[in-house]
Design a protein around this ligand. Structure first.
Ligand SMILES: NC(=O)C[C@H](N)C(=O)O
Length: 305
């Protein structure tokens, strides 16, 4: 089994070492799995439990003060499972796997996704909001009223948390725009047993987004994609990633015969040219693994067994 994982594209983290240790533990856990699907779920399970990453516990807070998780998974037979907008669900990637393997659907959302999780033995009702995130939200004079009031409130705040790729500026800032170093971010993994592939991504989204906002992560082709040629997982400014279906782009380049590194480089180059925004992607192919980002940093880990 070969597994690669990322811990989000953004600024340089203040404390990269503990994040790297968790990423390395995640890929170690992944290579022990029996299947690529099991490998990406196991790897993301480790990352979702570490509040240093913006997935599961420690996920970004939406405008109503709630953390909602999203995830998606795809295998090289083109089976897809995604789940989104789940309060209290730490292991969003496991819910995506349930949608992939136990339902005839590709995407389940909100309270029904939470119910599905509970039915399949995935813990729900988890407190995902860390003290640090709660304090930061409360310091921002939380909005009252309906969606319009929330939109007014978030106009100057969306994406401004340091849990975002791109740090204090916004996760949409390319490298030259700078931004404070964040230490939390979206997570993703791609695995192969030499015959088949799986790709998965999991997130809490972007901080101070409208309650109910869903980004690229659980959208097939945007946050994740996988074919017989290989798989990809993306991170960064989710609205922009969705506009260019970044993961699909990267895997298309693999399909066209590029190496994983060339595919990652080309996809990020195209992303930046089209959107002027910030993102990262990991790619795993038959021969090699690759990663590229146009933000200040993106930590990755790879393991093989
Ligand atoms: N930091 C991230 O990668 C956020 C994620 N792409 C989202 O927009 O939900």
């Amino acid at each position: 089994m070969r597994v690669i994982a990322h811990g989000g594209a953004g600024g340089r983290p203040d404390e990269p070492a503990p994040r790297q240790a968790t990423l390395d533990e995640a890929t170690r856990r992944g290579v022990d799995a029996d299947t690529p699907l099991g490998a990406v779920e196991a790897a993301l399970g480790v990352l979702e439990s570490d509040p240093r990453f913006n997935a599961g516990v420690g996920g970004a807070v939406q405008s109503d003060g709630v953390v909602r998780t999203d995830a998606g998974v795809m295998t090289s037979d083109r089976e897809v499972g995604a789940a989104c907008s789940m309060p209290g669900v730490e292991h969003a990637a496991s819910v995506a796997r349930v949608v992939h393997s136990e339902t005839p659907h590709v995407f389940v959302s909100g309270e029904h996704a939470v119910d599905l999780a509970g039915e399949f033995g995935i813990e729900t009702g988890v407190d995902l909001l860390t003290d640090e995130k709660r304090e930061r939200y409360e310091a921002e004079d939380p909005p009252q009223g309906g969606p319009r009031a929330h939109l007014d409130w978030l106009a100057t705040r969306f994406g401004s948390g340091d849990d975002q790729a791109g740090g204090g500026a916004d996760c949409g800032e390319p490298e030259e725009a700078g931004g404070d170093a964040p230490d939390h971010d979206t997570v993703g993994a791609v695995a192969t047993d030499g015959e088949t592939f799986a790709a998965a991504t999991s997130t809490g989204g972007r901080s101070f987004a409208l309650a109910g906002r869903v980004g690229d992560v659980p959208q097939v082709g945007s946050g994740f994609f996988c074919t017989e040629a290989g798989g990809a997982s993306a991170t960064g400014a989710g609205e922009d990633i969705a506009r260019v279906t970044l993961s699909r782009r990267a895997v298309d380049h693999l399909d066209d015969g590029l190496s994983a590194q060339e595919a990652a480089d080309r996809a990020i180059g195209e992303f930046e040219e089209i959107t002027g925004s910030g993102a990262g992607v990991i790619v795993l192919g038959d021969e090699d693994a690759g990663s590229a980002f146009n933000t200040e940093g993106m930590q990755t880990s790879a393991a093989e067994r």
